[in-house]
Design a protein around this ligand. Structure first.
Ligand code: FE2
Length: 283
């Protein structure tokens, strides 16, 4: 049925326009809603922290060796050694993560379940890192060596957060891992393809280019929810990320580069395929 209007009921744009005189007095307006909640504000600070860590790494010799070295063997060698770092500190992530997830049951049982499910998925990735390490020339004996100081530092922060800090620190620390990984793995995945790294060698990187987008969404959701529920939780989450950012990711990549190049990371630069825009501008 088609609606009909009559001249008595029809309205015009002029009729619908607001009349200044009809507006309530300014003092009668409710206070404007906050643009962002406390949880969202924390997330913005944490995202900025992650982005700084990623930018710092991408500006380093270690990262550029992986992305730009003329010697593809050096690039894949750095990745091989990054894999070894990951394998070395892996058990600390899972074991301490599980303890902290268990403690978070007293905050929210659904949170604990989702965190444990996440860690169960992560556990499978030790094998993809190991397969990649071996495919790029690593040996099983190589991962049995005492872990490097940089891997020891990462493992120690996980163990330390578990033993000496609020379990809420876990959310900030893990967000650094999960939110930085896609930013790193997406360009790295393209680079590995261009230098002909095998499917097995690149699989761990390719997997994390997408999987951690979903994982970081889990942590972001809970960080906002918990801080909106209790603003005091924010400090612990931020502290967790700060502790982790002191040891990851750049120190891990620097150690990997130093081993791959068999020289200190801050000494001799390597030939690169093309100059970075920042360098070109400086010439
Ligand atoms: Fe993940």
């Amino acid at each position: 049925m088609t609606p009909t209007t009559t001249s008595a009921t029809a309205t015009t744009a002029a009729d619908e326009s607001p009349h200044v005189g009809d507006s309530p007095l300014p003092g009668r307006f409710p206070p404007p809603p906050e643009l962002t909640s406390g949880g969202e504000q924390l997330l913005q600070r944490l995202d900025a922290r992650v982005n700084r860590a990623v930018a710092q790494l991408m500006d380093s010799l270690s990262w550029r060796a992986m992305m730009e070295a003329e010697d593809a063997g050096l690039s894949s060698g750095v990745l091989r050694e990054v894999y070894r770092e990951v394998i070395w500190f892996f058990s600390a992530v899972i074991e301490s993560g599980l303890v902290m997830s268990g403690k978070l049951a007293w905050v929210d049982t659904r949170l604990m379940r989702e965190l444990v499910e996440h860690l169960a998925e992560e556990t499978l990735h030790r094998k993809t890192a190991m397969d990649g390490y071996l495919a790029l020339g690593g040996t099983s004996k190589g991962v049995e060596d005492p872990m490097s100081p940089s891997a020891f530092a990462v493992a120690s922060v996980w163990r330390g957060l578990e033993r000496m800090a609020s379990p809420l620190t876990y959310l900030g620390a893990m967000l650094l891992f999960e939110a930085s990984t896609p930013q790193l793995c997406q360009p790295l995945s393209t680079r590995l393809k261009s230098i002909g790294v095998s499917a097995v060698g690149a699989h761990h990187v390719n997997l994390h280019a997408t999987a951690d987008v979903e994982h970081s969404a889990l942590f972001r959701r809970w960080i906002v929810r918990l801080v909106n529920r209790d603003p005091a939780a924010a400090a612990a989450m931020e502290y967790g990320m700060d502790c982790m950012a002191a040891v990851y990711p750049q120190p891990v990549f620097d150690a990997a580069y130093a081993r791959a190049a068999a020289q200190p990371a801050d000494v001799e630069p390597f030939p690169v395929r093309s100059r970075m825009p920042a360098d070109a501008a400086a010439v």
